[in-house]
Design a protein around this ligand. Structure first.
Ligand SMILES: Cc1ncc(C[n+]2csc(CCOP(=O)(O)OP(=O)(O)O)c2C)c(N)n1
Ligand SMILES: [Mg+2]
Length: 940
């Protein structure tokens, strides 16, 4: 008798093995032969069609949490399998429903097809079966469920969630969307108010178009929905307790936002358009770059401070600046939860997708050192960047692609459906206030005219612009809708338009009478006590600190708390620092800096120092934050000086320059009383933030009348480390130095560094300070200062070595570390005829101090400018143009030969060049090193 093979026991699906059964089931659906016989026979009893399941790359299974009821085995199994398919359908809607949402007001984008039921193993016959739905209720028919999902996820609000793997966060969002079906019905008075904003938006643009024919205004038309969005956003934010909103935005719709959101007087805007008076002899900026701020009162009498930040043309570069400003406000107002001050960044679709800075600020957004509790991003997505279509502008599906790196929702909304816009705003603001993360609203719109008003858009987008020409404006559409709904009467829209137009006429009339245009807002508020403009000829302020105070600060700096295990190698460092405090050994750079920051904090000044590897210091010299050798916990001695001291924040930054530098600049704009410092890893890398230097630091005062006392620490100096570790491009800073826009220093002693840092706070002037900081000098035995240098005196822009005027025949002017090489050679050679004069501050130049140093010398003395940089770099061109003409005799140059690259890659060559340079500077005869460039063609 043939033995009967036993069928393995197949357990009824229960919660623990459901996943396993589901996997098998889907494998069987795809290919019945792929599962073992018993399972195949089992599944064959379930009414479904094999071979119709989605492939492995289709929607990954995702089961809602929570157990399902177990029933009598057969029915329960069938139900469980059916429900599993339904669950996959629900998951697909949640993850991909946005792909078929109706987002484009022009209707030109092809939307994804409706999900086919068969792709999920479902069919028409299942439509009236009962199943558990997205809301967890068990009593839907599949038909109802699909309708609900279509409505929630595929109408005019499409939400990207698939990238979020934080279950809490997703559940919160899904629950919010599914409960409301992603709708936010608005009461009649709110709808009327939104209509009014749309009327204002359109009427202002048309007024500007007729009164200032052809003037660039980067009209909001086609994206009028931005104005209602702001109304809704402000309301919701104020409801959450927000009292400060800083807006950063580019050109598109900016004038309208200034006038109709922030409340800049129309009269002033028109005066700027008339452009008949000189606003600002120093420069100023075009009207659509200017900022404005006001206190706006809500209908409930709550005051909220709105500030639209000035911005440069460089798209997206205002982003970190706005965030830094908000962080500054949060620090100033002790908003530790970061719920009272909020940044709103309005982006263009092409810029958001294209500019790398966006990735930087997103990456920074959740770091302790940079978080602002979440930025609300709004993309004014007109589906064009100038003339470029999205297909040539990005590889991502949406313009918001870069935001998917974060665990945040991305809300795509049709800008013509204001109920959906309202829902997107609610979700965004509530999400930001609850989870303290960024959030993105992608407002789909179109651009009614060309990029600017003089542009012909149909050259490049003929089809799109044919569709736009046929399209009624939002005012028309929404007005008609509200008339239909009985919210406004048929003549109301015209009446609203006429009323606003009358206001525009009045303001236009007044603007003609404005003899002087307002220009950038005057410095006021927290800035009242600080000064911009020319430094004048005032003496260096006193920056010395009493010995007793320094001693007390120093003692704290060299101690770790009880039980803290200092790294064995740092014990010696702290001991050496203790000797410095006791005056037993001269101070080094790290200690000069620590005492400067310490003395400021001691007096209550806030200090913030951020950069790559800044806590330890790239060159392992700073150790401003110690890490317990056993537990790894950080300890920053500067934060433990005494109670009531200023807060000290020393942090490491992400590996980027633009975002972090922009952020610190923004921070410095809010806190003039704080010492804000940014450090580059090597000064060379500051060029990765060149836009921030050019557009903000150098020109911010000239363009926008905004002052900043930001300090840049840029390790600089040629030490044989190759072309990219040698130069902070001093020449570029000097080229940009004019109108006392900042200070540029290249210092030789810790004492000078101490005074320069303290001067930033002690002096009422707020100007950026660019410091060429040392590398080898950090440990140079001569580049040290006795304690006295800190307890007496002040900053010295020029240092003249003592020499005998009778003996001196050659004056060598120099700056920075080359001085020590020159001094060593001079001393070694007994070259007493050479006088060394150090220009510690290169801008502004203390020309009188140089002249005073030369005055006692005999006529006929030679004057040399010596620099270690190639002659086309460093300070030479600047010295030649700005100092040399003021000196009694022509200045000779000693430098490396001109070069396209800042330094040689060979340390040996560097050394030879340096020796030769020093000898030449001292007037010794030298034969020049032959210069052999890289060969153009490699010989084989
Ligand atoms: C960094 C930078 N590169 C280029 C430009 C020139 N530019 C000005 S507006 C614009 C198109 C912007 O497109 P988008 O971001 O979609 O904004 P839209 O004008 O469509 O509102 C370009 C390329 C610029 N201002 N900044
Ligand atoms: Mg665009």
């Amino acid at each position: 008798m043939a033995s009967q093979q036993r069928t393995p026991e197949i357990p009824a699906p229960s919660v623990p093995n459901l996943a396993f059964v589901e996997e098998l089931y889907y494998a069987w659906l795809a290919d019945p032969a792929a599962v073992p016989d018993p399972w195949r026979r089992y599944f064959e009893r379930i009414p479904a069609t094999p071979g119709t399941a989605p492939g492995p790359d289709a929607f990954p299974p995702r089961r809602p949490d929570g157990a399902r009821a177990e029933g009598p085995a057969g029915a329960a199994q069938a139900d469980a399998a059916f429900q599993a398919k339904v669950d996959r359908l629900v998951a697909a809607y949640r993850d991909y429903g946005h792909l078929r949402a109706d987002l484009d007001p022009l209707g030109l984008i092809r939307r994804a097809e409706r999900f086919s039921l068969s792709a999920f193993g479902l069919g028409e016959r299942d439509l009236d079966r009962r199943c558990a739905g997205d809301d967890g209720r068990p009593d839907h028919t599949l038909r109802e469920l699909v309708a609900r999902l279509e409505e929630t996820y595929c109408r005019t609000l499409g939400v990207e969630l698939a990238h979020i793997h934080d279950a809490d966060l997703r559940r919160w969002l899904e629950e919010r969307m599914e409960r409301t079906r992603n709708r936010c019905p608005l009461p009649a008075d709110a709808r009327r108010r939104l209509l009014e904003k749309i009327v204002e938006a359109e009427t202002l643009e048309q007024f500007l178009a007729t009164r200032f024919l052809g003037a660039k205004r980067f009209s909001v038309e086609g994206a009028e929905g931005l104005l209602p969005l702001f109304e809704l956003l402000l309301d919701r934010a104020v409801g959450h307790g927000v009292r400060n909103i800083v807006i950063g935005m580019a050109h598109r719709g900016r004038l309208n936002v200034l006038a109709n959101v922030v409340g800049k007087p129309l009269r002033d805007i028109f005066a700027e358009f008339r452009d008949t008076a000189i606003v600002n002899a120093g420069g100023g900026d075009v009207k659509y770059h200017l900022g404005y701020s006001t206190d706006r009162e809500t209908p409930d009498g709550v005051l909220v401070h709105l500030s639209l930040s000035f911005n440069p043309s460089h798209l997206e570069w205002i982003d970190p600046v706005v965030q830094g400003r908000v962080r500054g406000k949060q620090d100033r107002y002790h908003d530790g939860d970061r719920i009272r001050s909020v940044p709103v960044l309005v982006h263009g679709d092409a810029a958001f997708a294209g500019q790398g800075l966006v990735a930087e600020i997103l990456q920074m957004s959740e770091l302790e050192g940079y978080t602002v509790g979440g930025t609300i991003h709004v993309i004014v997505n007109n589906q064009l960047g100038f003339t470029t279509s999205p297909r040539d502008a990005r590889s991502t599906t949406y313009a918001t692609g870069p935001a998917r790196m974060l665990q945040i929702p991305i809300l795509h909304v049709n800008g013509e459906d204001l109920e959906s816009v309202a829902q997107a705003v609610l979700l965004a603001v509530d999400f930001r206030q609850r989870f303290h993360q960024d959030v993105v609203i992608d407002l789909w719109t179109y651009r009614r005219h060309g990029h600017n008003e003089g542009d012909e858009p149909s050259f490049t987008q003929p089809l799109m612009y044919r569709a736009i020409a046929r399209k009624p404006t939002l005012k028309q559409l929404y007005g008609e809708q509200l008339v239909r709904e009985g919210v406004v009467a048929s003549g109301d829209v015209d009446a609203m338009t006429a009323r606003y137009r009358a206001r525009l006429e009045q303001a236009f009339h007044e603007s003609a009478a404005l003899a002087v245009q307002p220009g950038p807002q005057a410095v006021g508020g927290v800035w009242k006590e600080y000064r911009g403009g020319a430094f004048g000829r005032e003496a260096e302020p006193p920056t010395a600190v009493a010995p007793e105070t320094l001693r007390r600060i120093g003692e704290t700096l060299v101690q770790a708390p009880q039980g803290f295990r200092v790294h064995p190698k740092l014990v010696k460092v702290l001991e050496a620092r203790a000797e410095m405090v006791r005056g037993e050994r001269p101070l080094d750079w790290a200690m000069g800096e620590a005492l400067a920051l310490g003395a400021l904090a001691w007096d209550g000044t806030r200090v913030r120092l951020v950069g790559q590897d800044t806590r330890r210091g790239t060159f392992s010299h700073r150790h401003a934050v110690l890490y317990d050798y056993e537990r790894g916990t950080p300890y920053a001695p500067l934060s433990h000086l005494r109670s009531g001291q200023g807060p000290v924040e020393i942090r490491d930054s992400p590996l980027s320059e633009a975002g972090p530098l922009g952020f610190e600049y923004g921070y410095s704009l809010e806190l003039p009383e704080a010492l804000t410092m940014w450090e580059a890893q090597f000064g060379d890398f500051v060029n990765a933030a060149q836009v921030i230097v050019d557009q903000f630091l150098a020109a911010g005062e000239a363009k926008w009348n905004r002052l900043s006392g930001l300090v840049l620490l840029l390790p600089h100096g040629m030490e044989g480390q190759g072309p990219e570790h040698s130069s902070a491009r001093l020449e570029r800073f000097l080229e940009l130095s004019v109108d006392d826009n900042w200070r540029v220093v290249n210092l030789t002693t810790p004492g000078q560094y101490f005074h320069a840092l303290r001067r930033q706070i002690v002096s009422p002037w707020r100007k950026p300070l660019v410091v060429m900081t040392p590398k080898s000098l950090l440990r140079h035995p001569k580049s040290v200062s006795p304690l006295d240098e800190l307890t007496q005196g002040r900053f010295r822009p020029v240092i003249v070595d003592p020499t005998d005027p009778e003996e001196t025949t050659r004056v060598v002017l120099c700056s920075g570390k080359l001085y020590f090489d020159l001094a060593a050679a001079r001393d070694a050679n007994g070259a007493r005829h050479v006088a060394l004069v150090r220009l510690e501050q290169l801008y502004p130049l203390a020309t009188d101090d140089v002249l005073a140093a030369l005055a006692p010398l005999r006529p006929g003395v030679e004057i040399v400018w010596a620099q270690e940089e190639p002659s086309n770099m460093g300070a030479w061109d600047y010295i030649d143009a700005r100092l040399a003409p003021r000196l009694p005799v022509p200045v000779q140059l000693v430098s490396r030969a001109p070069s396209a690259s800042p330094a040689s890659g060979s340390a040996t060559r560097h050394k030879l060049e340096q020796e030769q340079l020093v000898r030449e500077a001292l007037g010794e005869p030298v034969s020049r090193l032959a210069r052999v460039g890289p060969r153009a063609v490699q010989e084989r």
